[in-house]
Write a protein that binds this ligand. Structure first.
Ligand code: C2E
Ligand code: MG
Ligand code: MG
Length: 511
């Protein structure tokens, strides 16, 4: 045993107290005596050593865990701020960037560009989602390439992108916007084809009192103004656009209720056999009698219906109304079994498989002969179309209805195209005959077009005949049918039987 006054006892106690207080580096000195007390001291030192190792290991583990946790936190933060497909910032990150650019208070206010792809929906619908994703990724790369590293490029969802440019003037931002439009004009290479996808851009310059949401809304309003003007445009926000937007929204609401209730009517314009003056059919043309704005013409509200996603419903209404009207005329013996009704079909209708079913259905329900229904499709819709469209065309053709290319001569259909398409006739745009009777070179053009159309095994209807001279020239050139104000304006359904009965007098000018 050891003595009570052995100084090593108090050293031992002090050492234990130091260790207990966390000083794991401290050791207690062993005496040369190497007695029992020294054994206890050595044991305590060993314990301290173990304790220190355990503690260090623990510290290391905590450090690693903390690092992992930090990384996970960063990753989560990134995920919350990043669009996973393109790696661009997302909406939340954009709003944060806008907020900080605004509150920086240095130099000029931030500018925001909002960009919406023009043809993305149809690419996605027709080429599939993989192709759609590839387009979005390519667009993201081009956007990044067009701006400074300090600008924030975001994908807000779908095919909508935004760019925040801190401390940039509107003019400089507009230049960047134009550069982006130019970059997006370049074709995008997909594995088996290359496609183009333009964009519409809205630009808004922030000012002091504005929150990020408000800036974004203004850029959105400007973007819609670009869209309304066609593809590849850039508009700068101005307060007047807000009013236009409100009116448009109101008009869309009104159109929606018109489709459910009243206000839409079809007028019918005769198509005349030039040689005899006989009315061989009519074209159904839609009009909208708006409760407060009066009559609105299709050129004004068809694009609106397209944009608001109402075009299919509208197309269905036109088709049903026109075919049911034909049924009534046939029942009343107002027209014979060769008389046809032409219905204008939008490109969207052509892309929807449901449309073929609608046509089948209305033919079945009304029992009219399919040959008496002719669908008019614009040249642009057909030429821009894809496999699905061709399939739809063939499907419609299979139902026995006639198919006609509308506004022929304004698009780009090639001869080989004309020969391949399952169509019967073209309706030549009125711009091709305006000079007939005044411009001496015009008859040669008309003759050439007629020859071309016939060489493709098709027939032509001539649209926009406004004068007796035009009608006469067309007739002398061997054209079969025509339509235009010279014969009649589009009329309400009840006026058609009278016209059919009377036919049009045939006049022979120039002979
Ligand atoms: P469109 O199919 O080429 O129709 C011919 C347009 O030319 C009609 O205008 C018609 O009123 C007008 N027109 C006829 N004869 C003459 C003429 O001698 N001179 C002149 N200057 N114009 C003439 P509208 O009714 O305003 O229709 C414009 C366009 O709106 C149509 O062009 C068609 O593309 C579209 N549309 C009309 N109704 C419908 C419809 O029910 N559905 C769809 N999807 N589009 C329609
Ligand atoms: Mg037409
Ligand atoms: Mg036309």
């Amino acid at each position: 045993m050891f003595a009570d006054d052995d100084p090593r006892v108090s050293q031992l106690l002090e050492g234990i107290v130091r260790l207990a207080s966390g000083d794991l580096n401290s050791r207690i000195e062993v005496s040369p005596a190497r007695d029992e007390l020294d054994a206890i001291i050595m044991g305590t030192n060993l314990l301290a050593e173990d304790l220190q190792i355990i503690y260090e290991e623990l510290e290391q583990r905590v450090e690693v865990r903390t690092k992992l946790l930090h990384e996970a936190h960063l990753e989560m933060q990134k995920m919350a701020m990043e669009d996973p497909l393109t790696g661009l910032a997302n909406r939340a990150a954009l709003l944060t960037a806008l907020e900080s650019a605004r509150s920086d208070g240095v130099g000029e206010a931030p500018v925001i560009l909002l960009l919406d792809l023009d043809a993305f929906k149809s690419i996605n619908d027709t080429q599939g989602h993989t192709a759609g994703d590839q387009v979005l990724i390519t667009v993201a790369e081009r956007l990044r390439g067009a701006v400074r590293a300090s600008d924030v490029v975001a994908r807000l969802g779908g095919d909508e992108f935004a760019i925040v440019m801190p401390a940039t003037g509107a003019d400089q931002a507009a230049i960047v916007g134009q550069r982006i439009l130019a970059a997006l004009k370049e074709p995008i290479e997909l594995p088996d084809q290359s496609i183009r996808c333009g964009a519409s851009i809205g630009l808004s310059v922030g000012d002091a009192g504005q929150g990020p949401e408000e800036m974004l809304m203004q850029a959105d309003v400007a973007m819609y103004a670009s869209k309304a003007e066609g593809q590849n445009r850039l508009h700068v926000f101005e307060p007047g656009l807000l009013l236009i937007r409100r009116l448009r929204t109101q008009l869309v609401d009104d159109l929606r209720s018109a489709l459910k209730g009243e206000g839409l009517v079809l007028n019918y314009q005769p198509v005349v056999e030039l040689a005899t003056g006989r009315v061989e059919g009519v074209e159904a043309l839609i009009r909208w009698n708006h409760p407060t704005r009066g009559r609105i013409m299709p050129d004004e509200f068809i694009p609106l219906a397209e944009e608001a996603g109402l075009i299919s419903e509208l197309g269905r209404w036109v088709l049903t109304t026109a075919v049911e009207q034909l049924r009534r005329w046939v029942d009343d013996d107002a027209v014979d079994s060769t008389f046809s009704v032409r219905v204008n079909i939008s490109a969207t209708d052509l892309q929807s498989l449901r449309f073929i079913e609608d046509v089948r259905e209305v033919l079945k329900e009304t029992g009219v002969r399919p040959e008496q229904v002719v669908l008019e499709l614009t040249e642009v819709a057909i030429v821009k179309g894809n496999e699905l469209d061709r399939y739809s065309l063939a499907g419609l053709r299979g139902l026995g209805v006639g198919i006609e290319i509308d506004d022929f001569g304004t698009g780009y259909s090639s001869i080989s195209y004309l020969r391949r398409l399952p169509v019967d006739r073209v309706k030549v745009d009125r711009s091709l005959i305006v000079g007939l009777g005044t411009d001496p070179s015009q008859p040669a053009l008309v003759a050439a077009v007629l020859q071309l159309v016939r060489a493709c095994g098709l027939e032509a209807v001539w649209e926009g005949v406004e004068t007796a001279e035009q009608a006469e020239h067309l007739r002398n050139l061997g054209c079969l049918s025509a339509q235009g104000y010279f014969f009649s304006k589009p009329l309400p359904a009840e006026d058609i039987p009278g016209l059919v009965k009377a036919a049009f007098p045939v006049r022979n000018v120039g002979t």
